[in-house]
Design a binder for this molecule. Structure first.
Ligand SMILES: [Zn+2]
Length: 189
């Protein structure tokens, strides 16, 4: 599955209706910083765990005030659950830890551009900022196929930074699918 490896680029929400209390303008600035890469490294670690278990390697981290609240990875095969995406896992854990569905002081990091379901969950959780690695031209809903994060008809918009550690985030997916194809062709022989 090809992933375009372009320089980090920014998709800024046209407006942020629910201004979060604890997120500073520094946190919301639409450029990558060292912390973003640090947290994305943790998300990549989760993607590697997923790959080692035969899951499509996507990992996510939920951060609040520069502290990691939750880590998770795609778990769809093990749980045989179509909603067991990495983002849903960290959102559920984060809400449970904080005792509230409103995650308006958090930042979500994920190695792959969220799908329609996950950006929907990010909006439902009122997460103000999303950072992701690789684009998903076949299903991405935050810039590739749809721009749900900045849909003005919704009551919440999400500031998005894409392309953080994009090459590594895309490469782990590429090698996973290459390996899968190899296994399938060996089995077919
Ligand atoms: Zn998803």
């Amino acid at each position: 599955m090809p992933f375009p490896f372009s320089k980090p680029h920014v998709l800024v929400a046209s407006k942020l209706v629910e201004a979060p209390d604890l997120i500073t303008s520094k946190d919301l600035k639409p450029s990558s910083n060292a912390r973003d890469e640090e947290f994305m490294e943790l998300a990549l670690e989760q993607a590697r765990v997923a790959a080692s278990r035969g899951e499509v390697p996507v990992g996510a981290v939920l951060v609040r005030e520069e502290h990691v609240l939750a880590v998770g990875h795609n778990n769809r095969e093990e749980r045989q659950n179509p909603t067991a995406h990495a983002e849903i896992s960290v959102i559920e854990q984060g809400a449970s830890q904080l005792g509230t569905w409103r995650l308006s002081e958090t930042i979500l990091y994920v190695t792959l551009e969220p799908c329609l379901m996950c950006v929907g969950a990010i909006i439902q959780a009122r997460i103000p900022r999303l950072v992701f690695g690789a684009m998903d031209p076949k299903g991405g809903a935050c810039g590739s196929m749809f721009q749900v994060h900045e849909e003005p008809r919704l009551n919440h918009q999400v500031t998005v930074l894409s392309g953080v550690l994009e090459e590594a985030c895309g490469a782990i997916l590429q090698s996973f699918f290459q390996e899968l194809r190899l296994q399938e062709s060996t089995l077919a022989q």
